[in-house]
Write a protein that binds this ligand. Structure first.
Ligand SMILES: Cc1cc2nc3c(=O)[nH]c(=O)nc-3n(C[C@H](O)[C@H](O)[C@H](O)COP(=O)(O)OP(=O)(O)OC[C@H]3O[C@@H](n4cnc5c(N)ncnc54)[C@H](O)[C@@H]3O)c2cc1C
Length: 382
């Protein structure tokens, strides 16, 4: 039998490239291998699940068996690959060798963890997949007070969602304003004010040093001396592309697994996309780029070599208390920000010296201007 196209990972990147490939080629054997349970789900729904009162099972869209049938593929679940041998076009699952025609790495990013002192570290929950979400929901049942670590996009989304789900929120992060890498301070202030209006308490500047059990729950000891009572902790301090197995196999790595515009790694017949990939220098941990990559890569795998290009990629942040759309200026560009509006409704625009729009952050009613502004934005990968 011909060696299969092998996809590692059944997140949005893995399943979407499989789906796009099957539109073009219904015969080549296809094998998907995943460390998790292989259920198909939309990861962005994880940070709106409490407001909608959804259990993990309610967020699952298809079981792996149904996906296998739909994709005319084999889906191996709870199977972690342990090595790649590019010279022999095979990978390792422990002692078992699996040969491939082409190998697609879609194994995502892992949550960053920092050591915390105290006797309650197991009550710190990262939420980066459906199984994490199920664990957190089980632990949060009957509890009231959640401490959110991190004030990035995910931390703010969880804060808003958990409040909608009936929880009290304290948010701790070592930054001056929320979403510091994404947002102009005026837009960040609007989001923070919105969340504070719902009751969230922000502790910006310190980090969590120690988490201690008490008779009545937990105490979070911060580096500025503050002590916050809580029942459990959500960690949203960032993600790191999974690169170790790729590096061990000799693939070129920077922040992510480096691929060219054809999603090709530094080794023949090995491709990468999604959170683990750095595409022509860009490691974008969002859905829109990976969908664009999935379509291009499927063409290449079907014999029609296709380079990926990115248009503007604005991100809608799911903080319903303060609607927010953001398109940060592309890397290497320099511009000047102008800010209009006040309170919850901020329009922050970044333009270059010739007046060309480079990026924006829109909150509240200003979000309505996004479609018009998107037409002016430069592509991220022309
Ligand atoms: C809470 C949350 C909300 C988000 N909201 C948005 C949003 O609103 N809009 C947006 O654009 N983006 C959002 N994102 C980001 C977006 O969801 C991700 O960029 C995207 O889902 C990543 O998909 P992926 O397939 O690359 O990785 P993943 O979904 O992480 O999939 C990785 C897969 O690889 C498997 N795997 C890992 N290691 C191995 C191994 N050694 N062997 C076998 N299998 C392995 C895993 O089991 C998994 O199946 C959000 C992210 C989070 C966490």
């Amino acid at each position: 039998m011909n060696a299969p196209v092998v996809i590692i990972g059944t997140g949005l990147a893995g399943y979407n490239v499989a789906r796009e490939f099957r539109k073009l080629d219904s015969d080549t054997p296809l094998l998907l291998i995943t460390a998790d349970d292989g259920r198909s789900y939309s990861k962005p729904m994880l940070s709106t699940g409490f407001g909608k009162n959804k259990e993990a099972d309610g967020l699952s869209m298809a079981e792996p068996g149904a996906m296998a049938e739909q994709l005319k593929a084999e889906v191996r679940t709870h199977t972690r690959i342990s090595g790649i041998d590019p010279g022999h076009k095979r990978l390792w699952i422990g002692e078992e060798a699996v040969t491939y025609r082409d190998l697609i790495l879609a194994w995502g990013a892992e949550t960053i963890r920092v050591p915390v002192e105290g006797d309650a570290a197991e009550l710190i929950f990262p939420i980066n997949d459906l199984e994490d979400y199920a664990r957190f929901r089980a632990a949060a049942a009957g509890k009231r007070r959640v401490l959110v670590l991190g004030a990035g996009l995910i931390g703010c989304e969880f804060a808003n969602d958990l409040i909608l789900g009936g929880y009290e929120i304290d948010l701790v992060a070592p930054c001056e304003h929320v979403m510091p890498t994404l947002l102009h301070p005026a837009a960040a202030a609007a989001v923070q004010a919105g969340l504070e209006g719902l009751g969230a308490r922000f502790h910006l500047g310190p980090v969590l040093n120690r988490l201690q059990r008490t008779a009545d729950g937990l105490e979070a000891h911060l580096s500025d001396g503050k002590v916050i009572p809580c029942d459990l902790v959500v960690s949203a301090i960032g993600l790191r592309p999974r690169v170790d197995l790729a590096a061990a196999a000799g693939l070129q790595i920077n922040r992510g697994i480096m691929v060219d515009r054809h999603l090709k790694t530094s080794h023949a017949n090995i491709y990468a996309l999604g959170d683990c990939a750095e595409v022509d220098g860009l490691n974008l941990l969002y859905v829109m780029p990976l969908m664009t990559c999935a379509r291009a890569l499927a063409q290449t795998l079907a014999g029609n070599a296709t380079a990926v290009s990115y248009g503007p990629m604005p991100v809608t942040v799911k903080t319903p208390v303060c609607p927010l759309v953001v398109s940060p200026p592309p890397r290497g560009t320099e511009g000047v920000w102008s800010v209009e509006g006040e309170g919850a409704n901020i329009k922050a625009l970044c333009r270059d010296a010739s007046g060309r729009l480079l990026g924006y952050a829109l909150t509240g009613s200003a979000v309505m201007e996004k479609l018009a502004l998107n037409k002016e934005l430069p592509p991220l990968l022309a």
